[in-house]
Design a protein around this ligand. Structure first.
Ligand SMILES: [Zn+2]
Length: 345
């Protein structure tokens, strides 16, 4: 049993080019992999999302589960019209087995990261297979991505460590060179993270749009995106409920018509101009949700001082929130709130 495993692992680096040769067209892939439908499993999708999320890049490939290829492969494949598509094909049983061999959950992720590295480095992987430069670049990227995701160097290298064949092949560099490429990528990412951490200025505020972990409005739950959405909704709801729009008409701000149409008025039996679009009244408020979760108003721009006063009154009624954090540290978050309402006559 043990011998079989060793043999299996020793051919991994060679297998990628052998299996890859079989698929010449998108149709080939569909035929070979269609037993599972044209999809991949959720775990692999999430792993890819996680990697891309950490490096802030978008997918430029299709992820496709393909059983029995005993590997993961990045491929550029043409369809029958000659258009080229980027694919990552992977064998889920292979992922499970490499995680078992490496005895951690990073090994499969690092293989995926390596294949993502091929696509994001723009390697054109045709049916001639790979070359040493492409492989070292993809290994460097996988080390870089895994460091960003929080893996140790040992975890980032663990998939390649399972290879028993140490020498270079036609398509793949020697094991030691691949381990070194991963280390270089890993070191580079760690350097970046350190510079960023040093440059974090707790007195600076971070815009709401880019905050890592948004402030939480009381009662809001879920992940960062859901909490942001919920907070946006809650603040608008709060303003809508509490803002006294009557002030605008009390002040006597004249409504401005942007668009009108001619209609027949039956009470006067005359054709008159009827407004179909009123100019909205705009107020812009900027405030900080502080690192203690309080509201600190920076400024309000409104067409009249009384409207500014009313806006400030309403914002001061906002409840205490739990603060936003950046790399785990509570931080001031800047929020811009446009308030817009329409006056009609
Ligand atoms: Zn590769």
């Amino acid at each position: 049993m043990k011998i079989r495993i060793v043999l299996l692992l020793s051919i991994i680096s060679i297998v990628s080019s052998i299996n890859a040769q079989n698929y010449q067209t998108v149709e080939d892939i569909n035929n070979a992999c269609s037993t599972l439908g044209f999809s991949s499993n959720e775990e692999a999708e999430l792993a890819v999302d996680n990697i891309l999320d950490k490096i802030g890049l978008f997918r430029n490939f299709t992820l496709q589960e393909c059983p029995n290829i005993n590997n993961a492969v990045a491929k550029n494949i043409k369809n029958d019209k000659g258009y080229s598509f980027r694919y990552i094909l992977y064998d889920n049983a292979f992922f499970n087995s490499i995680n078992d061999k490496a005895d951690n959950n990073w090994a499969a992720t690092s293989v995926l990261a390596h294949e993502i590295g091929h696509h994001l480095n723009g390697h054109s992987l045709n049916n001639e297979g790979s070359n040493h430069r492409f492989e070292l670049e993809a290994d460097y990227s996988s080390g870089f991505y895994l460091a960003k995701m929080g893996a140790t160097l040992e975890e980032a290298q663990s998939a390649i460590q399972t290879l028993k064949y140490e020498k270079a092949t036609r398509t793949h560099p020697a094991k030691a060179d691949r381990l070194l490429a991963i280390k270089r990528g890993w070191d580079k990412a760690k350097e970046d993270i350190k510079t960023k951490e040093n440059s974090i200025d707790e007195d600076n505020d971070v815009p709401f749009a880019i905050i890592e972990n948004a402030p939480t409005f009381p009662g809001c739950t879920g992940n960062n995106v859901e909490k942001k959405k919920c907070l946006n909704y809650a603040i608008r709801n709060h303003v809508g409920k509490n803002f006294n729009g009557g002030i605008a008409s009390d002040i006597g701000i004249p409504p401005v018509c942007l668009k009108s149409e001619v209609v027949f008025d039956e009470t006067t039996n005359k054709y008159i101009d009827s407004c179909t679009e009123w100019k909205p009244l705009k107020i812009i408020a900027q405030f900080i949700i502080t690192k203690t979760g309080d509201i600190e108003i920076i400024g309000v721009r409104a067409p009249h001082p009384l409207l500014e006063k009313e806006t400030i009154r309403v914002l001061k009624l906002l409840p205490k929130m739990s603060p936003g954090t950046q790399r785990g540290i509570p931080i001031n978050v800047r929020y811009v709130l446009p308030i817009s309402f329409r006056l009609t006559d």
